[in-house]
Design a protein around this ligand. Structure first.
Ligand code: G1P
Length: 289
């Protein structure tokens, strides 16, 4: 049986260029969707999939992420004293058990492949998940749980994919499949940001992966690829020479929160999906329209 996946690597060091100036002093993955930071949803998704250790790959100026996942006694005591126990519970919901989170400095913005490589000592010699926190996924079961279920079925390496919007495939990592039968298919190739017109399919890598630790050795010497960055996609393509990769077309909706309109859509969709807010949200949106 495949070894259980209990660690997730979350690369959060990006500058958040598309959501500046909001992301200038607040790490972009701490921007809110309704009333919680994006990372709150990502960590919840990971926990639901059985993740017990979170490895954040951070950059300078992102200490607020560590603070968010730490308890702040002043806030908790004040809420307790005022009897605001529902808010207290909500504030505590995201807290890990001590020791469940690691924070690693990437030190230089060399690309996603480099960010994942930075996690090698903490992950060690076991399969692990990678979650791109910009990509907020609304799904039942949650996206990473779908990936873990696929992994338990076929083992090896799993890459979650979805159809790219018309004309946008060149902005992403794109997979090539060995035929298509259902949602889980063996991959025969992948390419990062293919020039328009050369895409091997319209399925893009949307931000959840299950990888074998052998990727680390490959990333160590991986040359720079698209955009002059060390690309995870190139590392995976190399690993595919010796290991199986399957693409899972997951069931759900992805919101790219690293983008202004994506973040707006996530806010609207998640508010409408909240039983306590749906009516008020619908009314507010209708008024605006
Ligand atoms: C990264 C990955 C790419 C993936 C994309 C999803 O690209 O390299 O394969 O499709 O995330 O958002 P980036 O968005 O960092 O350019």
């Amino acid at each position: 049986m495949a070894r259980r996946v209990t660690k997730a690597v979350l690369p959060v060091a990006g500058l958040g260029t598309r959501v500046l100036p909001g992301a200038k002093t607040t790490p972009k993955n701490l921007l809110n969707v309704v009333d919680r930071p994006i990372l709150s949803y990502i960590v919840e998704e990971a926990r639901a999939a059985g993740i017990e250790h979170f490895v954040f790959i951070v950059g300078r100026g992102q200490g607020a992420i560590e603070d968010y996942f730490d308890s702040i006694p002043e806030i908790e005591q004040a809420l307790q004293a005022k009897g605001k126990l529902d808010i207290l519970e909500d504030v505590r919901r995201d807290l890990p058990e001590p020791g469940q989170m690691s924070f690693i400095r990437q030190m230089a913005p060399l690309g996603l492949g480099h960010a994942v490589w930075c996690a090698r000592h903490v992950v060690g010699d076991e399969p692990f998940a990678v979650m791109l926190p910009d990509m907020l996924m609304a799904a039942t079961p949650p996206a990473l749980s779908q990936a873990v279920a696929a992994y338990e079925q076929v083992g090896g390496n799993i890459v979650v994919v979805e159809p790219a919007p018309e004309g946008e495939a060149h902005k992403y990592g794109i997979v090539a499949l060995d035929g298509q039968d259902g949602r889980l298919n063996r991959m025969v190739g992948m390419v990062e940001k293919p020039p328009p017109g050369t895409e091997p399919s319209n399925l893009f890598i949307s931000g959840r992966y299950i990888l074998q630790p052998d990727i680390f050795e490959i990333l160590e010497t991986q040359e720079r690829g698209a955009g002059g960055e060390i690309q995870l996609t190139d590392g995976m393509a190399n690993l595919m020479k010796t290991q199986a990769f399957h693409a899972l077309e997951y069931e759900g909706t992805t919101y790219d929160c690293g983008d202004k309109i994506g973040l707006l859509r996530a806010n609207v969709a998640f508010a409408l999906a909240r039983p306590d807010l749906a009516d008020a949200a619908r009314k507010a949106i209708a008024e605006l329209l």
